[in-house]
Ligand binder design. Structure first.
Ligand SMILES: Nc1ncnc2c1ncn2[C@@H]1O[C@H](COP(=O)(O)OP(=O)(O)OP(=O)(O)O)[C@@H](O)[C@H]1O
Ligand SMILES: [Mg+2]
Length: 147
């Protein structure tokens, strides 16, 4: 961590305004260091989907409408991001959002993982969303939580 710089930044987006703000902060950070920004959305299959086999299903097994909805949430966010001067990539992953973000950060050797404090969930009473909470506990890199 001595010479740490956020050269590779990952931001998780779920279509919410909160995650758009997280993406805007992440983009500003990536731009300020000439770094790379990876914008990722994770499609969570319905409850119990992979409980039996213990691993996520292949992408083509997932309902196309579900993947499409999430893809358009990702595209909406990308449309609203100023991307000049950033090396920008994006992807749609399948699985449990917190686990997918954490292992992606590991696989990509991310220097920073950015998420919103809350997301598209409906449970207003939560102070911190469950995805934000779990990545804050489990991520292999520093985590930035954007209010
Ligand atoms: N499916 C997802 N893919 C990528 N990033 C996500 C996803 N869901 C949440 N995030 C990230 O985590 C942040 C916090 O969302 P989170 O899901 O923790 O809160 P919530 O939706 O309000 O609550 P909960 O999902 O626990 O009901 C979002 O702003 C976004 O940055
Ligand atoms: Mg959520």
């Amino acid at each position: 961590m001595e010479n740490w710089r956020p050269g590779v930044v990952i931001v998780g987006v779920d279509g919410s305004d909160q995650s758009l703000r997280a993406a805007q902060v992440a983009a500003a950070i990536a731009r300020s260091v000439g770094g790379r920004l990876h914008v990722v959305t994770v499609v969570r299959p319905p409850e119990g989907w992979w409980g039996v086999v213990g691993s996520p299903p292949p992408a083509d097994a997932l309902s196309a409408s579900m993947a499409d909805a999430q893809r358009s949430a990702l595209d909406r966010t990308l449309d609203r991001l100023p991307t000049d001067g950033i090396e920008l990539t994006s992807a749609e992953e399948i699985g449990d959002p917190a686990s997918a973000l954490t292992s992606l950060a590991d696989d990509m050797g991310a220097d920073l993982l950015v998420v919103g404090r809350r997301g598209a969930g409906m449970v207003e009473r939560l102070i911190l969303g469950s995805v934000a909470d779990r990545v804050a506990h489990d991520a292999p890199c520093p985590v930035l939580i954007v209010p």
